[in-house]
Design a protein around this ligand. Sequence first.
Ligand code: DGI
Ligand code: FE
Ligand code: FE
Ligand code: FE
Length: 188
Amino acid sequence: MNEAHALKAVKDALKPVRYEHTVRVLETADQLCSLYGGNRNKIRLAAILHDYAKYRPAEEMRNKVSSSDKLPDNLQLFGDELLHSFVGAVFVEEELEVKDREILEIIAVHTTGKRNMTLEQKIVFLADYIEPGRTFSGAETARKKAEKSLDEACLTVLSQTISFLSEKRWPIYPDTFEAYNDLAIRRK
Ligand code: DGI
Ligand code: FE
Ligand code: FE
Ligand code: FE
């Protein structure tokens, strides 16, 4: 799977607005890679593929969660919006034949985060939130942090995401809290 193939696959799978978001995530992740390092090829491929499953019917995603022994069934308790990341990694592996576990894991954790995130996972997680098309005020706050510290920026995203979800009284997936606690505890 090279970048041209991956871009073609997501262009076919996504609506134009979501494809444009994907290209901005790719560019933002590439810039963060220049600033903070990490494996550029893996970051770029994962960024291209991160929302591959965004428009899959909720029922198809739920069925995938039930039938896959790699995915915990409790995922379904947290709302359909959450599923495209975890299920996307499985579809990318099965349909696009991406075998690289690191790339698949970056896709799987791009929405929730998790504890002990790798550099590459943090970069795509952050890029998804701060790409220039994100116009809410929290995106600008995180963008500013991203100039100075990758961990501080991710912590800001996690804090804002937890606030946003709890404000709406939506359930919050435990990995998001674990990602938050992990970075908050390490913070100096
Ligand atoms: O796919 P994107 O829109 O680019 O961004 P994303 O992958 O960060 O997905 C954001 C959506 O996922 C947003 O509608 C909120 C939802 N979400 C993220 N974390 C959680 C969540 N929903 C629930 N219920 N619980 C979560 O922990
Ligand atoms: Fe997403
Ligand atoms: Fe399952
Ligand atoms: Fe996205």
